[in-house]
Ligand binder design. Sequence first.
Ligand SMILES: Cc1ncc(COP(=O)(O)O)c(C=O)c1O
Length: 383
Amino acid sequence: MTVYGEPISKLPNVGTSIFTTMSQLSSDHGALNLSQGFPDFDADKRLVDLVNHHMKSGRNQYAPSNGIPKLRKEIADLFSDYYGAQINWENNVTITVGATEAIYASLAGLISPGDEVIIFDPSYDSYDPVVRLNGGIPVRLKLRPADFSVDWDQVESRIGANTRIILINSPHNPTGAILEKTDLERLQEIAIKNDLIVVSDEVYHHIIFDGQRHESVLRYPELAMRSVAIFSFGKIFHATGWKVGFAIASETLTREIQKIHQFLTFSVHTPTQFALADYMEEGLQFESISKLFEKKRDLFVDQLDNPRFIPVRSRGTYFQLLKYQDALNDMALATKMTKEARLASIPISVFYEDGFDDHVLRFCFAKEDETIMKAVNILNAYS
Ligand SMILES: Cc1ncc(COP(=O)(O)O)c(C=O)c1O
């Protein structure tokens, strides 16, 4: 029988996300869920009160499409100061529905059909499908397996006439690696030489350890001119469910991003924008957030005492990788650990185009210390 209305899938190879799969498995087996990347502690009560306040005082209608001026001004001031950049709130800042929308609007606005986008594997799961949906061709290059650094010579050798965008993510999910000054300098040189745009996912910019400095594209004036820097209030304020993020870019790039944004979502939750603006006005220290998570990373890594698991010490983000020695592939081990030891993690092979499996699991340590210790005890007892 002919089936009418059967869709032709635009993403035939995309199934249920690994985060949904592992979180479901975790809840089915009553496991400790260190798979998905969200804190098990709450956002600051002051910020929650501010959202309530603005709802009660009637700020409940559409916000301006690109974001309320006060929030865009706060962002422009803080990020200009912090990264020594020249950010104008009117022309360079767009408030989006999480970093997810900023990534989508940037790629949709800046890719023309047939453009190649360089992505580094293991890569965050939204990049590849969003490139494809917009007629682009993802060119997925592997980070070096030992330390997850970028091989810039390989990048240069893969640049051709159709290369348009390089997509970077630092601090990096899922590996906890970071890009250094020399990386950004090389990237700037390559981008200028080949007239490329850089989309820079910096949602973990405020979580960087061991006294290191976050190398934002915004620090490098010539690179900043051809880049979109993407951030997430959900990550900054431990409120991932609020889904508010923003993109900072040159006026020309911003114009194209905003054209997509106005038809994708038009605008973002109004009372939350007012609350975030007030909260930022009261002062915001990224350093204290880094310190909070550095202590949690140290607790997780230093208390781990099972030679089967070898940590690749996280340098930023709230993710810790553990390499393991076992015959099982990473998906099989993550599943077995969730079902039998009741600890859920994410297998890293899912973030590779070719499913490369180097026997590595990702654990989220944005958790209360007690939760981290429970997880470590499970790992220490695992045989
Ligand atoms: C690397 C990376 N980019 C983007 C996002 C999405 O951020 P948001 O929740 O603000 O949409 C995440 C969320 O986990 C992420 O890890």
